[in-house]
Design a protein around this ligand. Structure first.
Ligand SMILES: Nc1ncnc2c1ncn2[C@@H]1O[C@H](COP(=O)(O)OP(=O)(O)OP(=O)(O)O)[C@@H](O)[C@H]1O
Ligand SMILES: [Mg+2]
Length: 450
């Protein structure tokens, strides 16, 4: 067969695909020499589209060999609808056909916990490979030139643990897997690195702050095993999206998250993102003389973060300014006592979640006015104080504290009317609740009997 046949029902001979590139290089004759033209280009609104430059950046990252630890691994944080799932499916199919290297190997696609998603991606893969007349298989499996491509929902990864030779693992929309399954899926994928050195592609639109994607984004470059690519809607303007499509999408409260790579936007319902944005303002972070000040501490030494937020109120009943907002991962208790003590030199009162009597006792022994806050009793009140303060623009949060802003924007009520912490981290958020409530109630309500 000739590879410049029109796509559609045309039949391609897999033997003609040996050695074929994924996409033509700058000097190659255009339509004759690449996998995508052989099986047919992707299309949108009835128009065929090329593989765009931002997609070729992903392909180039997958092929990069220079940094051994990162080779074959990509993390792609992307706007919705850029076509990255399509690109990954095509890339996997190309790897299967360009040589027999992966015949007898496996490729895995992990989707969210819904079997229909898994089936849907395999159906798309089969559709891409239709001109190659692949054999009929069950809905979660495709066999491409002897390579078994299987899709697994994220809550059923047991079967994925015992593969002989996985060659490619795609975690699609991984930031939307339930939080326990995110870490598990990553671990299952990375465990194979030593065994079969698979390609690993983590692809997602951002979801909540503190989730899998943000945690990988925050890894230091030297320790991260992924080539990280940030693809906002801007890379797709005039290519996969029209300006009208983006203008329309902008009206959605979740635009910043879905198209502009910001975690948490449009997800929460306690502190609507527009209100948090309205409180975001630059101001000096140095402490002012004669202002009221309170430091709130949410201790944690394990799965959640140790958080500290300091708020200053220059005039009684006036605007509150967040002057500190930090989180520490798995810190040592003694190091944290030192940090809190250092802050306490400037903050006369330190509020501490009463679930940590040991920390409170240690601080008191150091001469610090540490006051326990009983979350079980105060949470409702604290939440409404803080949400009222944000609504009234009575608080200012410096843009440097973007993580705190994300936590607030993403916070959702659970069925008890409290911030739901099963879905996202809210450690600095908890501190903000304590501190704002304290300042708005002139220090009332807080002290619980020891
Ligand atoms: N160059 C292209 N690359 C990829 N897909 C394209 C391209 N041109 C058109 N398309 C089409 O656009 C659609 C892209 O959808 P796809 O689901 O792959 O996007 P996505 O980035 O994974 O978005 P989502 O956030 O919805 O998962 C597909 O129907 C695909 O056929
Ligand atoms: Mg997708």
């Amino acid at each position: 067969m000739s590879l410049d046949l029109p796509p559609g029902d045309a039949v391609a001979d897999p033997a003609d695909l040996k050695g074929i590139p994924f996409w033509p290089g700058p000097h190659a004759p255009f339509k004759k020499c690449c996998f995508n033209h052989a099986v047919g280009l992707p299309s949108k609104n009835g128009r065929q589209m090329p593989i765009f430059g931002y997609e070729r950046r992903i392909v180039a990252a997958l092929a990069k060999k220079k940094d051994r630890a990162k080779a074959r691994h990509v993390w792609v944080k992307k706007a919705t609808g850029l076509g990255v799932t399509e690109l990954m499916l095509r890339y996997m199919a190309w790897l299967c056909y360009k040589s027999d290297e992966f015949s007898g190997a496996q490729m895995c696609i992990v989707t969210g916990p819904n079997i229909e998603l898994a089936k849907g991606l395999i159906a798309r893969l089969k559709e891409i490979c239709r001109p190659l007349q692949i054999e009929k298989t069950k809905e979660t499996v495709a066999i491409l030139n002897g390579c078994r491509v299987e899709a697994y929902p994220s809550h059923h990864l047991d079967a994925m643990r015992a593969l002989a030779r996985p060659a490619f693992i795609l975690l699609d929309e991984a930031d939307f897997f339930p939080s326990k399954e995110q870490q598990n899926a990553r671990a299952v994928a990375e465990r194979y690195i030593a065994k079969s050195d698979p390609y690993i592609a983590l692809v997602s639109t951002p979801n909540l702050p503190g989730g899998l994607f943000e945690s990988i984004e925050k890894e230091p470059e030297a320790g991260c095993i992924y080539h990280r690519l940030h693809l906002s809607y801007r890379v797709g303007l005039g290519t996969i999206y029209t300006k009208e499509e983006i203008d329309k999408a902008r009206r959605s409260p979740s635009f910043e998250r879905e198209y502009n790579l910001k975690y948490g936007y449009g997800v929460g319902n306690i502190f609507p993102y527009q209100l948090v944005d309205a409180c975001s303002e630059e101001y000096g972070l140095a402490l002012c003389k004669d202002a009221s000040r309170v430091l709130a501490v949410d201790p944690a030494f394990g799965s959640s973060n140790f958080a500290i937020v300091g708020i200053e109120q220059p005039a009684e009943g006036g605007l509150m300014y967040v002057k500190e907002a930090r989180e520490y991962q798995r810190p040592s208790p003694s190091a944290m006592l030192e940090v809190v003590a250092r802050f306490a030199r400037h903050y006369p009162t330190v509020l501490v979640d009463s679930a940590h009597p040991g920390v409170i006792k240690d601080l008191l022994e150091m001469g610090i006015d540490a006051r326990p806050v009983l979350f079980s009793k105060e949470l409702q009140e604290m939440t409404s104080s803080a949400s009222a303060a944000v609504k009234e623009k009575a608080i200012r949060i410096h843009p440097a504290f973007s993580d705190l802003q994300y936590q607030l924007k993403a916070a959702v009520f659970n069925d008890k009317g409290h911030p739901d912490k099963t879905r996202l981290k809210f450690d600095m958020g908890d501190c903000l609740l304590m501190a704002v409530h304290y300042l708005r109630n002139a220090g009332g309500l807080y002290v619980v009997e020891a």
